[in-house]
Design a binder for this molecule. Structure first.
Ligand SMILES: Nc1ncnc2c1ncn2[C@@H]1O[C@H](COP(=O)(O)OP(=O)(O)OP(=O)(O)O)[C@@H](O)[C@H]1O
Ligand SMILES: [Mg+2]
Length: 285
C-alpha cells in the first residue's frame, strides 16, 4: 500500500527478487491497472506467468478481462434467479451494470481469489498494489459486501414471511432452505467472509505500507494504517523508501507504534532491469 509514486512497484520487485534468490518459488502479481513491472523488468508481461529469473515469475492482471468476467457472473446469477421474468427485457438491465460504481475493486477481488486458487504451488505471492484509493477499496470490499448482504438476507426473509401470510400456508424451515435467492445470498456471505478473514490473518497475509520522507506521504500512510486497522487488518511493516543520505530519519516508531520500519536509500542510478535491482539489493541488504 502507499501513495502514488512512493516506490511500491520497485520495492515489490526487489522483495520478489530477494525471495527468489533464497530459492523460494515466487510469483509477483501486478494488481495496478497502470502496470509498471514490464518496465521495471524490461519484459513483455501478461496474464500468464513469465519467468524472469530462477524461481521468479510475474503476471499482470488484465482488469478489463476481470471486469467482463465479473459482469458475466452477475448476469448468469440474475438470469438463473429470475427465469420467470421473461416479460421484462433483462438485457437492457444488464447494460446498466457496466456503469456500476465499484467494478474495478470487484474485478480485482475476483482476480485475487482466482490467483490464490491457481498458484498454490508457489512459496510466496507478492501483490504490487495500485495507489491508496483503489487499494483501500479493494481491502474494504469484503466487509462492505457483508454489510450489504446482511440487509439483503433480512429483506429476503421478510419477503418469505410475507408470502407466508398472504398464502396463509404455514411455511416451515424447509421453505427457507429451499429459497434459491436466500441460498445464493448465503453462499456470497460465506465467500466474502472468508476473504475478509483472509485479509485479517496475519500469518498468511502481510500488508506493507511504502512511504517517503515527505509530510504528505507520512500523513497518507497514517491514514492508510488507520483505515486498515478499522477493517481489522494489521500493517506488517512500514518501508521508508528513497531515504537520502543527508536526511535525519524522524522516529517513526512513535507514530507507527509496534510496526517495524525498514529504510531503503535513494539510488543514484535507475532501478530498471534485474542487474540494477540485484546491485541495489547487495548495497542495501
Ligand atoms: N529507492 C529508490 N531510489 C531511487 N529511485 C526509486 C527508488 N524507489 C523507487 N524509485 C523510482 O521512483 C519512481 C516511482 O517508483 P514506483 O513506480 O516503484 O512507485 P509506485 O509507488 O509503484 O508508483 P505508482 O503509485 O504509480 O504505482 C520510479 O521512477 C522508480 O524507479
Ligand atoms: Mg506501482
Amino acid at each position: 500500500m502507499g501513495k502514488g509514486g512512493v516506490g511500491k512497484s520497485t520495492l515489490s520487485a526487489l522483495h520478489a527478487i530477494s525471495l527468489s534468490n533464497t530459492d523460494k518459488k515466487t510469483l509477483l502479481i501486478s494488481m495496478d491497472p497502470a502496470h509498471n513491472q514490464a518496465d521495471i523488468f524490461e519484459k513483455k508481461l501478461g496474464e500468464k506467468p513469465v519467468s524472469v529469473k530462477d524461481n521468479l515469475s510475474i503476471i499482470e492482471i488484465n482488469i478489463d478481462k476481470w471486469i467482463k468476467r465479473y459482469l458475466r457472473n452477475v448476469q448468469n446469477r440474475i438470469t438463473e434467479s429470475y427465469q420467470y421474468l421473461t416479460a421484462i427485457n433483462l438485457d437492457k438491465k444488464f447494460n446498466v451494470l457496466k456503469y456500476s460504481p465499484g467494478l474495478e475493486e470487484y474485478a480485482l477481488l475476483l482476480a485475487f481469489e482466482e490467483i490464490l486458487k491457481k498458484f498454490k504451488s508457489y512459496d510466496n505471492l507478492i501483490f504490487d498494489m495500485p495507489p491508496t484509493a483503489l487499494a483501500l477499496r479493494f481491502f474494504a470490499l469484503p466487509k462492505l459486501s457483508l454489510v450489504w448482504l446482511e440487509s439483503l438476507l433480512g429483506l429476503r426473509k421478510e419477503i418469505i414471511e410475507k408470502r407466508e401470510i398472504i398464502t396463509k400456508i404455514k411455511l416451515g424451515r424447509k421453505e427457507f432452505e429451499r429459497d434459491n435467492i436466500l441460498n445464493k445470498l448465503n453462499v456470497l456471505s460465506h465467500q466474502y467472509n472468508s476473504l475478509h478473514e483472509r485479509f485479517r490473518n496475519r500469518e498468511n497475509v502481510k500488508v506493507n505500507i511504502v512511504m517517503n520522507e515527505d509530510r504528505l506521504s507520512l500523513n497518507e500512510s497514517q491514514r492508510i494504517n488507520q483505515n486498515l486497522n478499522r477493517l481489522g487488518i494489521h500493517t506488517d511493516r512500514i518501508y521508508l523508501n528513497k531515504v537520502s543520505q543527508k536526511s535525519v530519519t524522524s522516529d517513526l516508531s512513535a507514530i507507527f507504534k509496534d510496526i517495524p520500519t525498514i529504510s531503503y536509500s535513494q539510488a543514484d542510478y535507475p532501478l530498471i532491469g534485474i542487474d540494477a535491482l540485484n546491485k541495489y539489493l547487495s548495497e542495501n541488504d
